[in-house]
Design a protein around this ligand. Structure first.
Ligand SMILES: Nc1ncnc2c1ncn2[C@@H]1O[C@H](COP(=O)(O)OS(=O)(=O)O)[C@@H](OP(=O)(O)O)[C@H]1O
Length: 324
């Protein structure tokens, strides 16, 4: 068993659950999985037990402040990038160009921006607080829904998000993955039984909320940010009420932030090549190719078609469309 295997398996499956959580788990629908022994369905979405425990904890204890910013995504949809961008945007006055001593140069974005469901949100004592979550809209802690805090949702094409997850799991050599074929994993993903899945319902709920409540939720597409980072980073800044001034644009602050947070830059930093998060996960696992349509190198046409079919079914009655 490799180190990362031990750590992640432990993280996903062997936590010591409190009594309340154990009782809840025994009452929930469960499905065999390759993330942990079982995923459990809670409020319509699927979780490994330890992540569900984090969701329950956050529902009880997370107190959003009015000024807080929450980066939201399904796993593998651009979380790490958006965390870095929002952090760099909000603190850009504190770390002027040239960016030689920026915290993102020696901290992984996941260290700087804690997860709402990660038990360590208490460590964030700055204002505004920047947090991140994969929690579906309906299961967010009430204080997030009720306060004027803002949510930036990052969505990605399901085939690329799936393939990214596949490579991530493979790299972490999770023991539950042993013997799991890609066909099985695609099938699980399509029936919604994937971490924080169904992937489509997750995106659709936030997309709808962004339409109905545009001051609360900004919906961004990973692919559009890749193609037009200037446009989108400016739009995110506007949404977060920290628009770029003309002087900043003239001085190249926008370009510096884009460069600092780029996959090319972050992935070559020592902290992201050799570092580990507090939970033991290797930081390099969060960076790969970031390609649009990269799924073609991994998915067979048949498996791609299976995901497309689910996408088609899920989008019936909605005008929402994924990027490609
Ligand atoms: N800075 C930056 N810019 C653009 N793309 C980036 C960046 N950082 C990570 N990535 C790519 O995002 C994919 C990982 O997704 P997440 O960050 O959402 O993963 S996680 O949910 O936080 O585990 C994963 O995509 P794939 O390359 O397709 O696997 C990463 O390569």
């Amino acid at each position: 068993m490799t180190n990362s295997e031990t750590t992640l398996s432990k993280l996903l499956a062997e936590s010591e659950f409190n009594q309340e959580c154990k009782e809840l788990l025994s009452s929930l629908p469960k499905d065999k999985s390759f993330f942990a022994e079982y995923l459990y369905q809670y409020e319509g979405f699927w979780y490994p037990p330890n992540l569900l425990e984090g969701v329950l904890y956050s529902q009880k204890h997370f107190q959003a402040r009015d000024s807080d910013i929450i980066v939201v995504s399904s796993p593998k949809s651009g979380t790490t990038w958006l965390k870095a961008l929002v952090f760099a945007l909000i603190y850009r006055q504190d770390y002027q160009t040239p960016l030689e001593s920026h915290p993102l140069l020696d901290n992984n974005p996941h260290t700087l921006v804690p997860f709402v469901e990660g038990f360590n949100f208490h460590t964030q004592d700055t204002s505004p607080g920047i947090f991140s979550t994969h929690i579906p809209l309906g299961s967010l802690p009430e204080s997030i829904k009720d306060s004027p805090c803002k949510l930036v949702y990052c969505c990605r094409n399901p085939k690329d998000a799936f393939v990214s997850l596949w490579h991530f799991m493979k790299r972490l050599a999770l023991k539950e993955m042993a013997g799991c074929t890609m066909e099985e994993m695609v099938r699980g993903f399509c029936r919604g039984s994937s971490v924080y899945g169904p992937f489509w319902d997750h995106a659709l709920e936030y997309w709808k909320e962004s339409r109905e409540n545009p001051g609360k939720v900004l919906f961004v597409m990973y692919e559009e940010m890749r193609e037009q980072p200037r446009e989108w980073v400016k739009r995110i800044a506007e949404f977060l009420e920290c628009s770029f001034t003309k002087e900043e644009i003239d001085n190249g602050v926008l370009e510096d932030i884009i460069k600092l947070c780029s996959l090319e830059n972050l992935s070559k930093l020592e902290v992201n090549q050799k570092g580990k998060l507090v939970n033991g996960m290797e930081t390099k696992a969060f960076f790969r190719e970031g390609e649009i349509g990269g799924w073609r190198d991994t998915l067979t046409p048949l498996l791609a078609e299976e995901i497309d079919k689910t996408t088609e079914e899920k989008l019936i009655g909605s005008s929402f469309r994924f990027f490609c």
